[in-house]
Design a protein around this ligand. Sequence first.
Ligand code: DAH
Length: 338
Amino acid sequence: MKEITFNDIEGKIAEAETEGQVEALRIEYLGRKGSITKELRNISELPKSKRAREGARLNEIKNKMEEALSDRIDQLRSQKLQEESSQHYDMTMPGISPGIGHLHPVEQLERDVVELFMQLGFEVVDGPEIETEWYCFEALNIGPDHPARDMQDTFYLENGAVPRTHTSSVQIRHMENNNPPIRVIAPGKVYRNEDEDATHIWSFRQVEGLVVDYDISLSDLKGTLEYMLKGLFGEDTELRLRSNYFPYTEPSVEMDASCMVCNEASRRHCRVCKGTGWVELGGAGMVHPQVLRNVGVDPEEYSGFAFGFGLERITAVKYQLTDLRDLWRPDIRFLRQF
Ligand code: DAH
C-alpha cells in the first residue's frame, strides 16, 4: 500500500472550493473511518522497530492536516465575505436618509419671534385657552355691550366661558400676579366664530406683547416693533403706525410693515400689499389707564404698551400664500416647500 504523505493531502486541501469539500477531506483522512485514523489504529501490527517512527510520522501528518484544514476554511470564509461585499454593498455609498422633516412654517415664525424678544429681555408667558369673559373682555375695558365684542365674533361655551378670542387676556392674568417692571410676550392659540375661507380661519395663533414700567412711551413701542420687523424680514423693512381704536389701549395704533415682497418697480402688481407698499400686521397701543386700574396698577405711576398680531397672517405674507387654510392642512406636498 502506498504511504500517505502530507504533500498529497496539502494539494487537495488547497483545491477544496467550499467548506463542504474541506469537511469531506477531514472525514476522508481523519474521520472515524478515515485513512490516517485507520493507519494509526494499525500501528500495533507493525514490527516493533517501525512502530515509533511510523507513529510519529502519522501524528505529524494529522497535526499539519488539521491546521491546513482550518486555515483553508478561514480563507474560504474571508473570500466569500469579500466577494459578497464587492457584489452587493458599496461601503462608500451614502446611507438611506431617515427623512427628517422640519418645523411647520407657523411654528418656525413663532420661534423666530420668541427668539427676537428674548434678545430684548422679554419673558415668555402662557395663559389658558378657555377664558372667562372677565379676562377676555371686561378687564380689557371691553364692556358687555361694547361693539368690540362684535368685532371678534366669539364662541361661547354652555357654561358662559369663552375660548379666548385673542391673547390679550394673558396681559390681565400676568399683571394680576406680577408687579412692574413687566416685559412679556405670550404666544398662543385663539378662537373666533368665523366661516372659513381663504382669508379667515376659526382658530389661529397670536403673539401678545406687554411692557409696563416707569415712563414707557409710544417711542418705546415703536423701537420694539421695529426691532422685531427688521429681525424677521430684514434690515430694510420699515414700520408704519396708523391711528386705530382698541378699547384697551389709548392711543391705539395699527402696525404696518413695508412690503417685503415687492419693490417700487413691481409694486403696481403686488398681490401682497395690493400696490400700497404696506402690509398690515396687527394692533398695538399704550395700555389704557382703566386696564391698569383693573389689575391694581396705578396709571399715575406706571405706563405701558401692548401689541398683538396673528402668526398665520404674517406667515401668509412672508411666503405669499393665497389661502390661509393651507397652513392647517397636513399636506406634505405643501409643507415640503418651506
Ligand atoms: N387683541 C387684538 C386682536 O386680536 C390685537 C391687539 C391690539 C393686541 C392692540 C394688543 C393691542 O395688545 O394693544 O386683534
